[in-house]
Design a protein around this ligand. Structure first.
Ligand SMILES: NC(=O)c1ccc[n+]([C@@H]2O[C@H](COP(=O)([O-])OP(=O)(O)OC[C@H]3O[C@@H](n4cnc5c(N)ncnc54)[C@H](OP(=O)(O)O)[C@@H]3O)[C@@H](O)[C@H]2O)c1
Length: 258
């Protein structure tokens, strides 16, 4: 199977490109290279801009990386298209995160959420046999450092987040396994692909006996309705805490030597 993976320079894209021995698409790859060429069996569109503090001066670059690129990549001939979206499309106070819930877009407080929804809408409109994966945070060797990896690896990290902040994390391997399965079973539509339960950062620090200097900002991830994906892929039945242990190993028992 011949795959094109965008965002192949880092993070999930780099991981998937290696795993599927895919053709890499980076900033150095012109879309025009592929137009008129035989279709890819599938495109996995991971590329996205994750800049912060967007202003009127930087908005174009943000739109280009998140929205215009998606439209351009849809022009590359393909038989199916997997758009990597995010559970961040659900506002933090969501009580319903079913994939068919209506998400308001006319009073956005989060530009990232709006542009992931924009990417989803472009994919639905322009791609062939689209599959949208609303994925959670991820742990893996190619992942950028985040609050969880900082808690696990730094001595007394200083975070801006409060201990009560909650997150949902799985492994890069879980996303790769779900894409494998999606390609084998011809899945289409929208799936939440995430751990079975969120975790508070404070629980992780307690579980691994880490000292953290907490900040005051509480970030909340709503409970994610991911049963449909977990019914297909058993590794998605793990909770976030179990996934942190799968990634890092269990904490050493008290009294044992490292
Ligand atoms: N990380 C998470 O916890 C998380 C959670 C939910 C969903 N997601 C989604 O998962 C996907 C991968 O995230 P990640 O954090 O693993 O990725 P990442 O490390 O931020 O990598 C994204 C890649 O996309 C590339 N890119 C951005 N704009 C591009 C453009 N115009 N042309 C070509 N390449 C471009 C970036 O290149 P540069 O380095 O040159 O900018 C970078 O290599 C994204 O779609 C993200 O929204 C991530």
């Amino acid at each position: 199977m011949r795959l094109l993976v965008t965002g192949a320079g880092s993070g999930l894209g780099r991981f998937l490109c290696r795993r599927f021995d895919a053709v890499p698409f980076t900033r150095a790859t012109p879309v025009a290279n592929f137009v008129g060429e035989p279709p890819f069996d599938a495109i996995v569109h991971c590329a996205a801009g994750a800049h912060r503090g967007i202003t009127d001066r930087t908005l174009y670059r943000y739109l280009a990386d998140n929205v215009l690129l998606t439209r351009d990549v849809c022009r590359v001939p393909h038989r199916r298209f997997i758009y990597i979206s995010s559970i961040a499309v659900y506002p933090p106070d969501s009580s319903d995160t079913a994939v068919d819930v209506v998400i308001p877009c006319d009073h956005p407080h989060d530009l990232y959420r709006l542009l992931k929804l924009g990417g989803e809408s472009i994919t639905r409109e322009l791609a062939t046999r689209p599959l949208i994966l609303r994925i959670s945070g991820m742990l893996g060797p190619d992942a950028r450092p985040n609050s969880i990896t900082r808690i696990l690896t730094e001595a007394e990290p200083t975070l801006t987040l409060a201990a009560d902040s909650s997150f949902n994390y799985m492994l890069h391997d879980d996303v790769g396994d779900f894409i494998d399965l999606a390609l084998a079973r011809d899945l289409e539509g929208v799936y939440n692909v995430a751990a079975a339960a969120n975790v508070r950062l404070g629980e992780i620090a307690e579980h691994f006996a880490r000292t953290v200097r907490w900040g005051g900002f509480v970030y909340r991830t709503p409970a994610i309705a991911a049963a449909a994906a977990a019914a297909l892929l058993p590794s998605l039945r793990h909770t976030t805490l179990e996934n942190v242990i799968r990634y890092h190993g269990a904490p050493a028992a008290a009294g044992t030597r490292a």
